[in-house]
Design a protein around this ligand. Structure first.
Ligand code: CUA
Length: 316
């Protein structure tokens, strides 16, 4: 009985809960089945023996109700505490965009780098993955971190982790997504501080298994790529990035702000809101603006939407 190494603090917390549940189950299995076998033998049919007539036992009934109730409450509270920690990414998290496609994983970093089937992150720093799919439902699974999350077309899902063990960790796709689902593998490299600095500077890393060869050519950051795209796609004709009025809402200070809609509803301009407003602009029409914007579904790729949102995020 062994699990993959637990390479984050949250993974260690999950393992404690997991083993508590396993041993609790073993304890009750032995208790119930052991007692049953003992009684079967002790009270087996014997000649000239008349069984006692038993009507009930209140003490016993109270014990076997209260004790399991307390135990499942412990499991609930414990699970809730770990779950809360698992779903709330710390605000200082490094953000990486993940795109699942048949059949590979693509990663987009804030500084503009892109990798395929190899994800590089620093050790002892929280990392938040903002994930989407180009085609069907995939599932991003890192057993060593005990995190698994569906990657769904048309929306963003997210997970975070803070790796504590440098080295290579396996990434799987855990949702059947077609012929090569089982080949949809990727490597997650947790880099030491020194290696991370090298990676950021675009130097080649001395990792045995990695196929990546970095170049020193400075690439525009993800946000800069987004800014350029907005010029190319004509977004700037209707949207300003400095608050000046145009036919559409401005991008300035938009991210994570409260937006009042034409129907009176108030929504938070998070990643999913921005994506929806690009793909289905009429779905959440902002108060005071007409339904002028055409859909950009199919016109901008997943990579481009990520870059555009990164740019809007940078305008805070
Ligand atoms: Cu992607 Cu299975």
């Amino acid at each position: 009985m062994s699990l993959p190494i637990a390479a984050t603090d949250v993974a260690v917390m999950w393992d404690h809960l997991y083993w508590f549940l396993v041993w609790l189950s073993v304890f009750f299995f032995v208790l119930v089945v052991g007692t049953m076998i003992y009684f079967v033998i002790k009270y087996r049919h014997q000649k000239k023996q008349k069984p006692v007539f038993i009507t009930g036992n209140h003490t016993l009934e109270v014990i076997w109700s209260i004790v399991p109730l307390l135990l499942v409450l412990i499991v609930f509270v414990w699970g809730y505490v770990v779950y809360r920690k698992m779903i709330h990414a710390p605000p200082n998290s490094l953000e990486v965009r993940v795109i699942g496609k048949q059949w590979l994983w693509q990663f987009q970093y804030e500084d503009g780098k892109t990798t395929v089937n190899e994800l590089f992150v620093p050790v002892n720093q929280p990392v938040k993955l903002i994930m989407s799919s180009e085609d069907v439902i995939h599932s991003f699974f890192v057993p060593d971190f005990r995190v698994k999350q569906d990657v769904v077309p048309g929306m963003y899902t997210s997970i975070w982790f803070e790796p504590t063990v440098p080295g290579r960790h396996q990434i799987f796709c855990a949702e059947y997504c077609g012929t090569s689902h089982s080949q949809m593998l990727a490597d997650l490299y947790v880099l030491s501080e020194g290696d991370w600095a090298q990676w950021k500077a675009g130097k080649k890393l001395n990792l045995k298994t990695s196929r990546i060869s970095m170049s020193n050519v400075p690439s525009p950051t993800l946000a800069e790529q987004g800014k350029k795209l907005m010029l190319q796609k004509g977004c700037v004709a209707c949207h300003s990035d400095d608050g000046s009025p145009r036919p559409g809402p401005t991008y300035k200070n938009l991210f994570n702000s409260k937006v009042e809609l034409a129907n009176g509803q108030v929504v938070i301009a998070d990643e999913n809101y921005l994506r929806e407003s690009i793909e289905t602009p009429q779905a959440k029409l902002v108060k005071g603006f007409g339904p002028l914007m055409p859909t950009f579904r199919g016109i901008v790729s997943e990579e481009e939407i990520n870059a555009i949102i990164a740019y809007i995020k940078s305008l805070k």
